[in-house]
Write a new protein. Structure first.
Length: 508
């Protein structure tokens, strides 16, 4: 344990690669496991235990410790055990140690079990997670990545009894799942109606590494965390230790209500370092209600690729504040296209309420039902207008997601040394298409590299004007400099994604 004099670590930006989903403890059935399965029980809980435990806990006085709270709510927490078909033999002969760490994180990140060791013709993989009852008749919440690929699901209750469970529905975008256990009545807990405050005490209960009924405590460290998991990231950050197998388990407040569902950790090593993320209770309520009624979640859809409005982009667009969601590209046949929304527009309000940023827009639209009519306030070409739009249904696979060389040379390329870019017309680069200008080289020490440009990117627009030659790029930048602008807005296609970049151009 670090001493009190240990310097605070430097701040790091969270990224999807560092946010590791708390996937279950995985083992092939052919491997020995130091886990002792409890015996099967013949009877369920007695009716006397089918009570709202959160209400009982709420009547308790503020605890000196957490024992009284835990005693009340712990019986509602379950361990979830799944079996997944691991497929056939590993033809590559690679085992886990041969896979680069980034790729292993990718598998964990998207809920896939670790690739089993080579040499087996067929593998049945087992995994363990956590969950909790939310009704007396056996509905329980867990993570999507715990049960998504499961062939069978069993739950172990706090008294050691084992029950079969079926998956009612899953929602990969929020990583939530609803399962059902027959029988009961079961003790259950309540999802909180209150948003926790930063600094509030919290208690996590779950099944880390197969050690069911484990309790840890900490505080709410932050709210509204975006870890790059999806467009709907709005996590509660806690410092209560959670590890693999805690996935789907509850985090309680000191009133015994569930404030969040544990789903991910930030960890260089894969173990707890005191930074964990829970899905907020209000999100869980909305998703679980749809899963219970329909078995799936439907979301409203505008049909645009959006990105945040940074201060640099705001300056390029003449905005006083960096707020709203910038439309990088409307998607074909989407409600946005039909309503006349174009690339470069900024959506600043929905039904009269300001849009904070791109994530705020995605969350609000996604919470609405398809077919809902909305009024979008849009900044278009420097003027504000209102667009009436009827939301569509989100498709399953989409999300709300050298100075002397400043002349064209004989090959049609231009090297803008101040920016560190070498460009060529797209129609002269194989596979680049016919629109725009291709970035053929980026100076790693140049301004463009600092702003995310890479070789192969295609510049479609500069300063709101379509470009097809390096000379056009140069002329628009020169005009921006002459007008006294410090940045120019560049629309760039990078792979399958389109985005805007506010590129500093310096003074004339």
């Amino acid at each position: 344990m670090a001493s009190g004099n240990t310097p605070a670590p430097r701040r790091r930006n969270f990224s999807a690669r560092r946010a590791i989903l708390l996937t279950t403890t995985i083992a092939s059935i052919s491997a020995a496991a130091l886990v002792f399965a409890p015996g099967f029980g013949a009877n369920g809980y007695a009716p006397a235990l089918a009570q709202n435990l959160s209400e009982q806990a709420h009547r308790l006085q503020a605890p000196v410790g957490f024992a009284d709270i835990v005693e009340k709510v712990k019986p509602a927490v379950i361990s979830v055990r799944v079996k997944v078909d691991g497929g056939g033999s590993n033809d590559s002969g690679l085992d886990n140690s041969d896979i680069p760490p980034g790729l292993r994180d990718f598998f964990r990140r998207f809920g896939m079990p670790d690739i089993p060791h080579g040499g087996h013709r067929h593998n049945v993989i087992t995994g363990q997670g956590s969950g909790f009852f939310i009704t007396a008749d056996g509905y329980a919440v867990t993570n999507n990545h715990v049960v998504e690929k499961a062939e069978s699901v069993q739950v172990t209750t706090d008294d050691g009894k084992i029950h079969k469970a079926k998956v009612i529905g899953t929602d990969p975008r929020t990583d939530l799942a609803l399962i059902k256990v027959d029988g009961g009545p079961f003790p259950y807990v309540k999802l909180s109606d209150q948003t926790p405050r930063i600094g509030d005490w919290v208690i996590a209960v779950g099944n880390p590494f197969g050690l069911g009924g484990t309790v840890t405590a900490g505080i709410v460290s932050a709210r509204g965390r975006d870890i790059g998991a999806s467009a709907y990231d709005d996590f509660i950050q806690i410092d209560a230790p959670v590890n693999k197998g805690n996935s789907g388990g509850p985090t309680f407040d000191t009133a015994g209500n569930v404030i969040g569902v544990n789903t991910a950790i930030f960890s260089p090593s894969g173990g707890s370092v005191g930074i964990a993320f829970a899905i907020p209770a209000d999100t869980v309520k909305n998703v679980v209600a749809q899963l219970k009624d329909h078995g799936a979640v439907t979301r409203g859809w505008i049909g645009v690729q959006i990105q945040p409005v940074t201060p640099e982009i705001a300056d390029s667009l003449g905005l006083k504040k960096a707020k709203g969601a910038l439309v990088a590209e409307p998607q074909s046949d989407s409600p946005a296209v039909k309503a006349g929304i174009e690339a470069g527009d900024v959506i600043t309000a929905v039904d009269g309420k300001d849009v904070k940023d791109a994530r705020d827009l995605a969350k609000r639209i996604g919470a609405m039902a398809p077919g809902t009519s909305v009024k979008l306030t849009v900044l278009h070409g420097g003027s504000e207008k209102t667009i009436n739009l009827t939301l569509g249904t989100m498709p399953k696979q989409q999300e709300a997601r050298n100075e002397n060389s400043n002349k064209d040379n004989s090959s049609g390329t231009t090297d803008m040394a101040k920016l560190g870019l070498t460009l060529a017309p797209a129609d002269r680069v194989a596979g680049a298409g016919k629109k725009g200008v291709v970035v053929t080289q980026v100076d790693p020490s140049g301004v463009a590299a600092d702003h995310g440009f890479s070789s192969g990117d295609i510049i479609l627009e500069v300063g709101g004007k379509s470009v097809s030659t390096p000379a056009e790029v140069r002329h628009v930048i020169a005009d921006a400099r002459s007008a006294g602008k410090h940045t120019v807005l560049v629309r760039v296609k990078s792979g399958d994604n389109t985005k805007f970049v506010a590129l500093p151009v310096g003074k004339a």
